[in-house]
Design a protein around this ligand. Structure first.
Ligand SMILES: Nc1ncnc2c1ncn2[C@@H]1O[C@H](COP(=O)(O)OP(=O)(O)OP(=O)(O)O)[C@@H](O)[C@H]1O
Ligand SMILES: [Mg+2]
Length: 370
């Protein structure tokens, strides 16, 4: 009988820590088959002191370099912990994993000034895990004239694209971004605006919790039309793609400058939720004609108020979670960075120039061999 030398597994581990600053998502993914197979997933929340330190590092301050390097070391420890937890859960040895794709934690995103910064100590992560690590995925795209973001559209196209349906994938993380997947057409994608980050910041400030679970608080509030129109006037929303954004553009300070002192906290949250819903719906209506279905992923897909507002704003289009396409909403981004690591290790490009605006396709990231 003929024997095969094909590997039975093609394992990569994606580590995503996004702009929401909620923690680290880990996804161990087998790419041996055409469809990615998520073997195990786990989430480690950021300890409060790390979250506070990361938030502070988003603003210019004294001794930033030392703080950034020390935080990067702490993050590497957390990434290693998430890696060990995922491997233990799956009963897989580190040596079976070809590479980790580690996004790092964005503390500055300034493509117009030629840089973006995802802090991490990938060398330390390799020492702690013994696994080859690919890191700093965004810088090469920016060096090639792109936005460095979003990078997930190529993965969305790889695993969610379908000849029978014009799909739009919307990831609602700290920032929201979409991928337009017209059958046989050009894959496009861009950041739509804030996802959860303004809602989270306001919920933390006014209600003392990390986020508005299920959108329950926003559901009690009433829309503040004046505030909503001020929010919608942000120039990022009307800018033409390709475009990307971050905490620099949509900060709590910006929000506070637009609110009045006597406004009820739940009304402001309702208005922020509506703002997120309208910015996403408007991006789809204006730029993705012919959309037949919208698939949501990211933590914002758990916000029922946000999802039902999106459904009202796009009445002709069914809105579903990516679970119905085979990857649960919470793990799409981590799986994407596992896939991006595979692309890099195999010498393939990871960016889509039509999405980021880069001069061409590029192999992304820096490889830290085990
Ligand atoms: N049950 C829930 N109800 C409402 N919102 C939720 C719920 N669970 C998570 N979220 C929201 O999702 C956020 C985390 O989402 P996610 O991890 O996708 O974002 P992220 O880390 O910023 O990722 P990225 O920037 O890569 O998209 C939380 O901060 C919160 O706002
Ligand atoms: Mg997250």
């Amino acid at each position: 009988m003929a024997t095969t030398s094909l590997p039975l597994t093609d394992l990569y581990l994606g580590l995503m820590s996004g702009t929401s600053l909620d923690g680290v998502d880990a996804a161990l993914v087998d790419f041996a088959q055409p469809r990615p197979n998520l073997l195990t997933t786990c989430w480690l929340p950021y300890p409060d002191e790390i979250k506070t330190a990361l938030l502070a590092l988003h603003e210019p301050g004294p001794n930033e370099l030392d703080q950034s390097c020390c935080l990067a070391n702490q993050l590497a420890e957390l990434y290693a912990e998430a890696t060990q937890a995922a491997l233990a859960q799956a009963k897989i040895k580190a040596t079976a994993v070809r590479a980790i794709g580690c996004h790092g934690q964005t503390v500055r995103h300034q493509p117009a000034r030629g840089y973006t910064l995802q802090i991490n100590n990938a060398a330390r992560l390799v020492e702690l895990t013994g696994i080859t690590t690919v890191a700093d995925f965004r810088s090469r795209d920016i060096a090639a004239g792109g936005q460095g973001a979003p990078l997930v559209p190529a993965f969305h196209a790889h695993c969610f694209g379908a000849p029978e349906e014009h799909r739009v994938i919307v990831n609602i993380g700290g920032i929201s971004n979409l991928t337009d997947l017209p059958p046989g057409g050009l894959v496009r994608g861009w950041d739509c605006g804030p996802g959860n980050l303004l809602m989270d910041a306001w919920t933390r400030r006014s209600f003392g919790c990390a986020y508005d679970a299920g959108g329950a608080i926003a559901a009690r509030g009433r829309l503040d039309a004046t505030l909503l129109s001020r929010l919608l006037a942000h120039p990022f929303l009307s800018a033409a793609p390709p475009k990307s954004t971050g905490r620099e553009d949509f900060s709590l300070e910006w929000l506070l400058a637009l609110t009045t002192h006597d406004a009820a906290a739940e009304d402001i949250l309702a208005s922020l939720t509506e703002f997120t819903a309208q910015s996403i719906a408007e991006a789809i209506s204006a730029h993705c004609p012919g959309t037949q279905a919208v698939y949501l992923c990211g933590g914002g897909a758990h916000n029922q108020t946000l999802v039902s507002r999106l459904a009202s704003l796009l009445p002709a289009v069914p809105i579903k979670p990516t679970d119905s396409l085979g990857i649960a909403v919470d793990w799409v981004e981590a799986a994407a960075f596992a896939w991006l690591a595979k692309r890099t290790l195999e010498g393939h490009s990871g960016n889509l120039p039509a999405v980021t605006g880069a001069r061409g396709e590029r192999v992304l990231g820096a490889i830290y061999p085990a």
